[in-house]
Design a protein around this ligand. Structure first.
Ligand code: NDP
Ligand code: 2IT
Length: 442
């Protein structure tokens, strides 16, 4: 009966969200793990908690017209999905990438609901962005795009309503331009965005927070298994914000980072990357193949890092980047832990392969929550006109990642076979479900 109810619910999700495969994938993964909680609690069923969580509160899309350096006009599509504000103001990043569409933003907002709940901080969930590609544009073009985007987004955000931040293609530079336009148009110097540069309202460690948090979470997982990162071989994908700060912290903890990657291929470094490599890459616009050329390293075009020998794998690029063949390669090669720095990087078939193996999969909604957690700390600092030290923010970040690990461990049904995916889904769901019940139907 329970199974039938669950599959009928998922059939309705398919019908209500046609042509939105990423969204349906994210919902299926969570619903499978929390269905039993809903079955067991009449309050959740009466309040239609699952139906409400799977329908975003509000979703807007808007035209963004902007001008390139030669005076040519362009039209992009911008979005903001306000997923759920049961726990606090809508909170989540903006993504600028040509692949952006409503399905991807709805999936990211849905994941964000459970992630933000797991942090224990007062933040709801949302996601936004545009199908604009900043990688191919000059600095002036990026600035004009950000200004045009913010003029449209402005009416929907604010420090107590919805607080966007960065994601793929949106870093310090873009947040700076977006904030400048928000401030000019609204007349308010308010914390309506996080990830701001330190000079004007940003928090210490926000840039590093997601990657560092991934490693703090990993250290807790390994500690529980009686292990440490020291001497472990770590394959990392991506070469952006999350991947590079994850790699930095892995080096600090004694790990050997055997790869980074981007949409063109993989930088494979048998003896491990060094801080010098990461320093060189840190300069805006530098690419992995240039790094390979500069230091005489191997860049393998059109390949992923998952065939490299490793103890841990850190997919930190994008959704569904790791498929069944990759998962099989990792498991057969003896990889023991897969820690998701990106959102939903492992596809459903990869999940099945990991579940049937001894490998432990740590889901993004737990492992990569450090970024949004420090965003929430930035909101606190802005609201109280304070600026905290790096040491204080780092201590708070470590505390949040440790508590997320505890919240997961409390949910394990078989302590010898920790299922972090199920545990994170359930722990994240309970807090937000209780809030929805307590706040009444609406
Ligand atoms: P960045 O834009 O800084 O970097 C993205 C990296 O991933 C680039 O190296 C990019 O390569 C690569 N990449 C992007 N799309 C693809 C693709 N389709 N195939 C292969 N490689 C790709 O983004 P972030 O590091 O901020 O984000 C990475 C992931 O982490 C995303 O899933 C994001 O949602 C998630 N995340 C980010 C947080 C943050 O605070 N920034 C917080 C939590 C999660 P190329 O340059 O060649 O496109
Ligand atoms: O996916 C994510 O958690 C982010 N992109 C960060 C969101 C935020 O509001 O800091």
């Amino acid at each position: 009966m329970a199974q039938q109810g669950c599959s009928e619910f998922l059939d309705r999700i398919d019908e209500r969200h046609p042509n939105q495969p990423e969204y349906v994938q994210a919902v299926r993964e969570v619903v499978a793990d929390v269905w039993e909680l809903v079955e067991q609690d009449a309050r959740y069923r009466r309040a239609r908690v699952l139906e409400r969580l799977t329908e975003p509160d509000r979703s807007v899309s808007f035209r963004v017209s902007w001008e390139d350096d030669s005076g040519g006009a362009h039209v992009a599509r911008g979005y903001r999905v306000q997923t759920c504000n049961a726990l606090g103001p809508y909170k989540g990043g903006l993504r600028f990438h040509p692949s952006v569409n409503e399905s991807i933003l709805k999936f990211l907002g849905f994941e964000q609901t459970f992630k933000n709940s797991l942090t224990g901080l007062p933040i709801g969930a949302g996601k936004g962005g545009a199908d604009f590609d900043p990688r191919k544009r000059s600095d002036a073009e990026v600035r004009r795009f950000c200004q045009a985007f913010m003029i449209e987004l402005l009416r929907d955000i604010g420090p107590e309503t919805d607080v966007p931040a960065g994601d793929i293609g949106v870093g310090d530079r873009e947040i700076g331009y977006l904030f400048g336009q928000y401030k000019r148009s609204s007349g308010n110097f308010a914390g309506a965005l996080t990830g701001k540069p330190l000079a004007f309202g940003g928090s210490e460690l926000r840039s590093e927070a997601t990657g560092f948090g991934v490693v703090y979470f990993t250290a807790a997982v390994l500690e529980r298994a009686g292990e440490t990162l020291d001497g472990k071989r770590c394959a990392v994908s991506g070469a952006g914000n999350v991947a590079t700060y994850c790699a930095r912290k892995l080096l600090e903890e004694g790990g050997t980072v055997v790869s980074l990657s981007d949409s063109g291929g993989t930088l494979a470094v048998e003896d491990g990357l060094s801080n010098d490599h990461l320093d060189w890459l840190g300069t805006r616009g530098r690419r992995l193949h240039d790094l390979a050329e500069e230091f005489g390293l191997a860049y393998r075009e059109d390949s992923k890092p998952w065939s490299l020998e490793c103890d841990l794998a850190f997919p930190c690029a994008t959704q569904n980047e790791l498929d069944a063949a990759d998962a099989r390669g990792l498991v057969d090669g003896g990889c023991g832990w897969i820690v998701e720095g990106a959102n939903m990087p492992c596809d459903p078939e990869a999940h099945e392969i990991f579940a049937e193996s001894k490998a432990v999969l740590c889901p993004g909604k737990a492992a990569n929550a450090g970024g949004v957690a420090v965003s929430a700390l930035e909101m606190s600092q802005n609201a109280s006109f304070q600026r905290w030290t790096r040491k204080r923010v780092d201590k708070l970040l470590r505390g949040v990642m440790g508590r997320i690990h505890h919240a997961c461990a409390d949910q394990f049904e078989d302590a010898d076979r920790p299922d972090y995916v199920r545990a994170a889904n359930r722990a994240g769901f309970i807090r937000v479900a209780e809030a929805l019940v307590a706040q009444g139907i609406g």
